[in-house]
Each structure stands twice: as C-alpha cells, then as structure tokens.
Design a protein. Sequence first.
Length: 90
Amino acid sequence: MEKKDFYKMTNEELLVEKKKLNKSKLFHATGIGFLAGILIFGVVAWSFSSEKHFGFLIPMLILVVFIYRTLKSANKNKELEAVLKERNVN
C-alpha cells in the first residue's frame, strides 16, 4: 500500500479519497461489531458451561487480536481528515 501525499491532491481527488474513507470506516465498524459479538457469545457460553476448560479461550484471544489490528488500521487516515478540514472540503 502506497503512502499518498494528500497535500498535492486536488479537491476532487480528496473527495474520492473521502468516499473510500467512509466505506472503510463502515466496513471496520461492521467487522469490529461482528467480532465483538462472537467474542461476547463465546465468553458467555464458556462461563455457563459445566466444564471450564481454559483451552476454549485461546480462540477468543485470536478475535481480540483481530479487533485490535482493525482498530489500529482504522486510525491511519488522520492525515486525510486533517487535509479535508484544512481545505474545508465537504
């Protein structure tokens, strides 16, 4: 993935990037919600089970890692938002 210089882009190109950013935010929010739902369901099911094997929680840690990586990658577009705000592009 290439690093784009948003300061050299025209306003029309910035609007296209903003649309991509909005789709990306929607996808990230949906993914995080889905993974969090699976995580909560798994932990609740584990807590109600009669045999509490801690090996069951290992796959749940994988979900936590996916959620963390999704949240971390969602914060990479701060520069684009700053340029849009600076130029007052809506």
